[in-house]
Design a protein around this ligand. Sequence first.
Ligand code: EPU
Length: 416
Amino acid sequence: MDKFVIKGGRKLKGEVQISGSKNAALPLLASSLLCDGWNTYHNIPDLVDIKTIKKLLGNLGATIEGGETLRINTGNIKRCEAPYNLVKTMRASVLVLGPLVARMGQARVSLPGGCAIGARPVNLHLKALQDLGAAIELRDGYIEAKASRLKGATIYFDISTVTGTENIMMAAALARGTTVLENAAKEPEVMNLAETLNRMGAKVSGAGTDAIVIEGVDSLHPAEAAVIPDRIETGTYMIAAAITGGDVTIKRCQPGHLDALITKLKEAGVSIEPVQGGLRVIGSKEIRCVDIKTLPYPGFPTDLQAQVMALMAIGKGVSVITETIFENRFMHVGELMRMGAVVKIEGNRAIVRGVRKLKGAPVMATDLRASASLVLAGLAAEGRTDLTRVYHIDRGYQSIEKKLSALGADMARMKD
Ligand code: EPU
């Protein structure tokens, strides 16, 4: 297993290019199941989760070629199953459920269990598929779904769910009649999928608002689409610049997707300026603690909560960080405290009292974004941080040690 060795204290300087979004690429690749022929996707990031979905699609019978530009042909689907061994490594595998039922009339998908950040059930995906007329059974740890042809319906999501909205949008694209998704997720990744489906001949409108209307069509055709820049990777590099008091220009990103973070960082004293094709982030001598509450988009993203906590850990004052999306997303707190952070957890709130300096220590990654927060803490800390279990970070950050080293970080990947 690999680990990262980080020697903290260097100010990051220079320019970094953002890769394609993991959470946009996954549903786009799953949508290839909706039609026969070669679909083409640009700006695919090189990540372990992308390898997992390629494995899953390959296992179903898809032909796949390319890398950053990926071509997929699902004209030859041989089976309709997402097995346990793939779903357990990546919950987003459940994204094949909607497209498989819609196109093949059946799917057998391992039920994702709980994970490091919460219980994360898929009940809303299943209820919505039932509303579209699918028969759903849970057997031997698998979701078994069947429908000869799905029928459009009005679906209200009790909770805004990103992959739930995506799954049902894909299923409804081939349903008979019109589907209305109420309280739909508004995330940019949902919009990226809606645009891609429309390129395939679907009739989706309203994506980006909480009411999405999908007029079902009889068939879809292959198309070419590009993955949006990863807003969470962008945000992570913005915080890296801020936490090291550096000066980093972030290119190939979409600042418009990060309004909540930009507002909070500016409140904390960080300077952020737009530049051609991205933005420039200049850290200040002193970070002011600010309160943060995670919310569905356009609110502050839960996927940046751990990283911003690392920044608040060295801020002046006290920050209250409230996590409203997942019930167990404070796994990084204990590790940050090993580095000298002062944090108290009260229910879904973390109260962070800023300290002048963090100190390097051996720490362990527990999930993807927790790992990113520990890398950031390591960059700011005095001395050496050894971060183990970096396979979590490889799921969602392309070449993070190379990108950070190019900005001047003292960071290396080593065998543990
Ligand atoms: N929920 C239910 N029932 C459902 C679906 C969701 O109760 O059927 C609950 C969840 O347990 C959670 C809330 O609804 O409390 C929102 O979860 P959501 O469904 O939106 O999460 P997701 O679709 O499983 C995606 C991202 C996550 C990101 C969340 C929230 C992908 C592949 N994953 O997950 O990304 O944290 O939305 O924005 O898009 C990550 O990249 O590190 C990551 C975890």
